[in-house]
Design a protein around this ligand. Structure first.
Ligand code: COA
Ligand code: AMP
Length: 632
């Protein structure tokens, strides 16, 4: 079968095609049909089937003879730990933790927030929730207390499971004070917390609310897997939108299992039993789909890596992990490779490692620049596949279907639409653009199984954010074009979301924080090109009339506020105090124009601009701060 055969067979009969894929999953009750379109344009898949995520990820493999195969390899250069867990061990640990959660009152539909570093217990906690039908919501450790509080209020969890600390190169990040602060700030209070005490930094427990991880499980009976409906939410994962309020992407159980299982062979080209590694974090969608669920559901061994591409201890870390654990397929963000390339341009650290059994490198999360792709191809000697997806989709929408047929790589394009996705390029008026013309990337409804059916507690926002602009389509928020070979090219975001080191961040949220500074009258945050992280945020602020504080002081305070309220992950380090911001005559701030100035692109003053002279002032301020940055 070629890629075209497979894509066409999906397109001819999408529902039949997905029913066929659904057979790869264990169901307590096989769904009577694939698509449930009674509420179109809201769609669901496999709604009347009964299945369990944890059973498909763990127990099933033990029953089918994979009990002694490693399910998880935990490699943590920041703590000097390397361990592994077989499918049998993971099942046993997860069942016991699930039993303890159930004993403490957690049941089907209850939400559980997980705020943990990259430790095996994070995976156990996630799987344990799914075992008993609880809905987990993992919050990335690099977010500050305020962001955690926002998620606590939206998800209203009965329990929170956290680690005492995370380990960043050169510092221990105490998570527990952030958790305590978040619970204090939030209007909703969890019934209890479970805290994993790490030896690198233990936390004080709150009497009557907090339980220590081991003590919590003492004497607990292992829990059985609870079959849930295909449309039961397996998790909610918050992601950045254009406003300060994050969007809770809902994932349904049945479609999630079916879609991820399909991608493991057809996209990532691994057979059950082989080792798969996604160097991301369980706090992001890549971590959900390809550290935890995809590999396990497919019977692969997954690597969980707690470290950075460089500095833990050096730029050879990735090569060591690939060699030592026999990784066959590897997934990370381009920024990680930019970091390695910058530190070790000749890849000297590769010396002494054998990565010849690796089949391919997959990159996603942000634009993969040609230099990085070419460098990775050259030093690794394997194909480098860029692929495109988002938290909302949960799995790749555009990619190179290497497990079906490796298509020729066109550097800069993530290749072709994968089955399930009918991708169209639309103009402002909603009409389809010609081949080669840039437009909004939209997907014809229904989206396939495994993609978001709605937003948590926010169906109206779901419709407004994704479905209203182009009726009958899902609006991705990205712009791009299709070439004559049907390859897609992703060019830019159409909204105020920026991408910093593969992390999706809202400039709107940063602006909300800056506006709270008592001396800031108005502000704008833009994403400027950065050679390492892809983009970096820059804040431009105008001071309230009469304030004569030193500009450096205001800038420092603004940077501290964003770090404190959003978290270090925002990488917000630059604030420029300017007299005024460029605006249209109707008062709209010209952010896109400022981005062009920051990136050194030619800027033609928009016809609607209020006062073109402001552009020179902004250009000057940016230049003083080193933008556009020269070289890389
Ligand atoms: N808990 C607490 N703080 C965290 C954190 C966590 N889990 N993860 C990151 N941070 C902090 C970092 O310590 C850093 O703080 P600093 O401002 O004090 O230096 C800040 O958040 C930014 O982190 P990061 O984006 O990781 O940048 P970095 O400069 O430490 O490292 C790279 C740069 C390129 C090496 C790094 O971004 C990387 O490895 N990226 C891989 C891409 C990736 O995983 N993407 C996920 C989607 S696939
Ligand atoms: P996230 O939801 O955090 O995974 O971010 C998704 C967004 O990251 C997409 O909408 C794109 O803007 C961007 N993105 C992801 N993968 C790619 C890619 N391969 N090329 C370009 N942009 C990408």
């Amino acid at each position: 079968m070629t890629y075209s055969d497979v894509y066409e067979s999906w397109k001819t009969d999408p529902e039949g095609w997905w029913m066929e894929q659904a057979k790869s999953i264990h169901w307590e009750r096989f769904p009577s049909r694939a698509l449930f379109d009674e509420n179109a344009p809201l769609y669901e898949w496999f709604s009347d089937g009964l299945t369990n995520t944890c059973y498909n990820a763990l127990d099933r493999h033990v029953e089918n003879g994979r009990g002694e195969q490693k399910a998880l390899i935990y490699d943590s250069p920041v703590t000097g730990t390397k361990t592994s867990f077989t499918f049998a061990e993971m099942t046993e640990r997860t069942a016991r933790f699930a039993g303890a959660l159930a004993r403490q009152g957690i049941g089907k539909g209850d939400r559980v927030i997980i705020y943990m570093p990259m430790v095996p217990e994070a995976m156990i906690a996630m799987l344990a929730c799914t075992r008993i039908g609880a809905i987990h919501s993992v919050v990335f450790g690099g977010f500050a207390a305020n962001e955690l509080a926002t998620r606590i209020d939206d998800a209203a969890p009965k329990a929170i499971i956290a680690g005492s600390c995370g380990i960043e190169p050169g510092r221990i990040v105490a998570y527990k004070p952030l958790l305590d602060g978040a619970i204090e700030m939030a209007a909703h209070k969890p019934d209890f917390c479970v805290i994993l005490q790490r030896s690198q930094g233990t936390a004080d427990l709150v009497e009557g609310r907090d339980h220590e991880w081991e003590a919590f499980q003492e004497g607990a009976e292992p829990a059985d897997c609870l079959p849930v409906e295909g449309n039961h939410p397996v998790y909610v994962l918050y992601t950045s939108g254009t406003t300060g309020q994050p969007k809770g992407v809902v994932r349904h159980t049945g479609g999630h299992l079916v879609a991820l299982h399909w991608t493991m062979k057809n996209v990532y080209d691994v057979e059950p039993g082989e080792v798969f590694w996604a160097a991301s974090d369980v706090g992001w969608v890549v971590g959900h789909s390809y550290i935890v669920y995809g590999p396990l559901v497919h019977g692969n061994t997954s690597v969980m890596f707690e470290g950075k591409p460089v500095g833990t201890p050096d730029a050879g870390t990735f090569w060591r992990v690939i060699d030592e654990h026999d990784v066959r397929s590897f997934f990370t963000a381009p920024t990680a490779f930019r970091a390695i390339k910058r530190e070790d341009p000749k890849a000297e650290a590769l010396e002494g490692y054998d990565i010849s059994r690796l089949r391919a490198l997959y990159l996603a999360g942000e634009r993969a620049d040609p230099d990085t792709i070419e460098w990775a191809q050259r030093v690794m000697g394997v194909p480098v596949y860029d692929h495109w997806w988002q938290t909302e989709s949960g799995f790749p929408m555009i990619g190179n279907p290497a497990g079906i047929e490796a298509l020729p790589v066109k550097i800069g394009s993530p290749t072709v639409a994968l089955p399930g996705f009918d991708i169209r390029i639309l103009g402002e008026d909603g009409r389809e653009m010609e081949t080669g013309a840039l437009g909004a990337i939209a997907i014809k409804l229904p989206l396939p199984p495994g993609t978001l059916p709605t937003l948590w507690n926010a169906e109206g926002r779901f419709r407004k954010a994704y479905l209203e602009r182009f009726p009958g389509y899902y609006e991705t928020g990205d712009a791009g074009y299709v070439d004559k070979d049907n390859y897609l090219w992703i060019m830019a975001r159409t909204d105020d979301v920026i991408n910093v080191a593969g992390h999706r961040l809202s400039t709107g949220l940063m602006e909300e924080v800056l506006s709270d500074h008592p001396d800031v009258a108005e502000c704008a945050v833009i994403g400027a090109a950065d050679a390492l992280k892809g983009q970096l945020p820059i804040g431009l602020v105008c001071l309230t009339k009469g304030v004569n504080k030193a500009h450096e002081t205001v800038a420092r305070e603004c940077v501290a506020m964003v770090r404190d309220r959003i978290g270090p992950v925002a990488a917000f380090k630059t604030v420029l105090v300017v007299d005024r911001l460029p605006k249209t005559r109707s008062g709209k701030i010209l952010r896109a124009t400022m981005v062009k100035l920051a990136d050194g692109e030619t800027v033609k003053a928009p016809a609607t601009i209020d006062d073109p002279a402001i552009l020179d002032e902004i250009r000057e301020a940016l230049a003083k701060a080193g933008h556009p940055a020269s070289g890389g």
